[in-house]
Design a protein around this ligand. Structure first.
Ligand code: DX5
Ligand code: ZN
Length: 225
């Protein structure tokens, strides 16, 4: 199977929670991953969905799940998402007690392992962890809510991670999340991101699949006409 050079991952946080299976199917064939934001009302103030919903939703779509855990104690809870069949499980650096052990456990459970870095967290001290990771997610907003404005100053962290990944020779996705839309995705791609989460820009559009295709064209540097 060929590996897509760019990943577009619609976030169902911006979809209608009463119709999540429809939201997933609406982007099948256009999206690469489905981004699932799990929030616990502790690590972030917001509360979204958890494991039972992910388990049920897993049966409704062929799209790989990119589970973004904005939760406390991922060391305890993240593994369930891997066991539920998530393709990638991303936990927050700020929340994990033992990120290397957790990443290893996720991989052993059959998932890829992702580390997320929130807005106010420098990435420097986490670069040593790259050999244990498959994705590094740089928040381009403060984690917790969809529909916030993109923070271009976060792109320095994207550049930093991209440089470290290139130097390592490892195959690691550099993912951006927050405010990714038609007018921001190209600068994130230019900074070195190769996986793009988009909530509002996809599910706020009349045609979510077309919005995904447009974002992909814009990220790959093609003109949008
Ligand atoms: C917020 C979530 C994001 C959110 C992005 O903390 O991690 O995935 O869905 O939403 P938009 O694309 O609307 O900024
Ligand atoms: Zn997210």
């Amino acid at each position: 199977m060929s590996v897509p050079s760019l990943i577009v991952a619609p976030s169902i946080l911006a979809a209608d929670f009463a119709h999540l299976a429809d939201a997933a199917r609406a982007v099948e064939g256009a999206a690469d991953w489905l981004h699932v934001d799990v929030m616990d009302n502790h690590f972030v103030p917001n509360l979204t969905i958890g494991l039972p919903v992910v388990q049920s939703l897993r049966k409704t779509t062929t799209l790989p799940f990119d589970c973004h855990l904005m939760i406390e104690n991922p060391d305890r809870w993240a593994i369930g998402y891997a066991e539920a069949g998530a393709y990638n499980v991303t936990f927050h650096a700020e929340a994990a007690a033992d990120p290397v052990r957790l990443a290893n456990d996720l991989r052993a459970a059959g998932s890829r392992a992702g580390l997320a870095i929130d807005r106010d967290t420098p990435v420097d001290k986490y670069l040593d962890l790259l050999p244990h990771l498959d994705t590094v997610l740089i928040m381009t907003i403060k984690a917790g809510f969809g529909g916030q404005a993109f923070l271009p100053e976060m792109l320095d962290k994207v550049r930093q991670v991209r440089r470290a990944v290139a130097a390592s020779g490892l195959e690691i996705r550099v993912e951006v999340d927050g405010g990714i839309a038609d007018d921001t995705i190209a600068q994130a791609a230019e900074a070195g991101a190769d996986a793009f989460v988009a909530g509002t820009a996809v599910y706020g559009a009349d045609d979510p699949a077309e919005a995904v295709r447009r974002l992909r064209r814009l990220a790959s540097g093609a003109s949008d006409d």
